[in-house]
Write a protein that binds this ligand. Structure first.
Ligand code: PLP
Length: 382
């Protein structure tokens, strides 16, 4: 039996078009883009056209995007890059951020913004937590465990009001909004001014591009402190010979993902809705986590009370069905997911929760087979 892969929120296979775009830079076009002969200058041009392709999709300017090795690095550069400039200030992060936001935030004065049981930021708590020393607010666009989509536009309007009040009081400390959009590239509009963000992290590994590829968008005027210094590449913000293959691959992957977005998002939403309704019918005790109306179509977090999620995940794996217990990065830890705790799930409920996530190769028949196994195995495991 072929594997049924239901862990697209952890990793996506490389799109063949992306591979084709990347290949020349491993062979004929291997030149260092900083060299000055013609062949190297052509590679530099390709790097810059990859950047232009990306900024075109984000509605940004070329000097506002730098290439990174994935979203973890982009998140670190956003948070540490700002907080090191304002070491006496404070950063606010949502309680359900990925570790690559939580951990850098913990290096500085930080507070966590609580979420409601559906995983949405509690907006009046956010307003109350912002004080005269807050310089950065980091709130993810789509949560990787729940799929919940945050109302960034509304959040950005709250921040704008606070900026105006500050200015009126003579406080000139900036107040920036960063978003980790690693889970959003296949399903949401990433136009930065429509989202209302000042900084945004993206990665290739979730959008059928190469792992360890990513970008940080940062609005003109933001003065980041680099984390990696050396030869001064990427506007002095990320030294090291540029990875043109990955930059070109990421640009192609993002272009394809955004092209496919309307049709693919609708297809996955329909698949997930049918999976959810069958699940409720066959296993009435199952609880679907996350927001009902504000959820990206590729994620389904489900609690099956009384079931040991690790065991069920392994039994599904033995039957060729690959899904996740929480997110891939917290899966190996002892403690239950901080995201599920933040939405109010008990440790027991969190240990009975599985994440299924869908993508380009997910078919109705895969979900039917998965449901059948879930029914058999849960009856057996109780
Ligand atoms: C929301 C979110 N942020 C950040 C990351 C880290 O991305 P990368 O592995 O590209 O560093 C992930 C990946 O798991 C993620 O889901």
């Amino acid at each position: 039996m072929k594997n049924i892969y239901l862990d697209y929120a952890a990793a996506t296979p490389l799109d063949p078009e992306v591979l084709k775009t990347m290949k020349p830079y491993f062979t004929d076009q291997f030149y260092n883009p900083s060299a000055t002969y013609l062949a190297a200058r052509a590679v530099r041009n390709d790097l810059e056209s990859a950047r232009r392709q990306i900024v075109g999709l984000l509605g940004a300017r070329p000097a506002e995007v730098i290439f990174t090795a994935g979203a973890t690095e982009a998140n670190n550069l956003a948070i540490q890059g700002i907080m090191r400039r304002f070491p006496d200030s404070e950063v606010l992060v949502s309680a359900i951020e990925h570790q690559s936001v939580l951990e850098p935030a913990r290096l500085f004065k930080n507070k966590e913004i609580p979420v409601d049981p559906s995983g949405l930021i509690i907006l009046n708590k956010l307003s109350n937590l912002i004080n005269d020393k807050t310089v950065l607010v980091s709130i993810m666009l789509v949560n990787n465990e729940l799929g919940t989509i945050q109302p960034l536009r509304e959040i950005s309007q709250i921040l704008e009001k606070i900026r105006n009040q500050r200015r009126a009081k003579g406080n000139n400390l900036p107040l920036y909004l960063h978003t980790d959009a690693a889970q959003a590239g296949n399903h949401l509009d990433l136009h930065v001014s429509r989202l209302g963000v000042d900084l945004m992290s993206l990665n290739g590994g979730k959008i059928y591009g190469p792992k360890q590829s990513g970008v940080l968008y940062f609005k003109t005027g933001i003065n980041l402190q680099p984390l990696i210094v050396g030869g001064g590449q990427e506007f002095g913000l990320r030294s090291g010979t540029e990875n043109v293959a990955f930059a070109a691959g990421l640009a192609k992957a993002l272009e394809i993902a955004q092209q496919k977005r309307p049709i693919e998002s609708k297809r996955l939403l329909e698949l997930r809705q049918s999976f959810e309704s069958q699940l409720r019918r066959l296993l009435p005790e199952a609880v679907v986590n996350g927001s009902k109306n504000h959820r990206a179509p590729h994620v389904l977090s489900v609690t099956l009370p009384g079931i040991d999620n690790e065991r069920l995940m392994m039994e599904l794996d033995e039957r060729g069905i690959q899904c996740a217990v929480g997110s891939a990065c917290s899966a190996s830890r002892e403690e239950a997911s901080h995201v599920l705790a933040a939405i109010g799930l008990s440790q027991d409920a969190a240990r009975s929760t599985l994440r299924f996530s869908f993508g380009r190769f997910t078919r109705q028949s895969d979900l039917e087979k998965t449901l059948k196994q879930l029914v058999l195995l849960t009856a057996h495991n109780r």
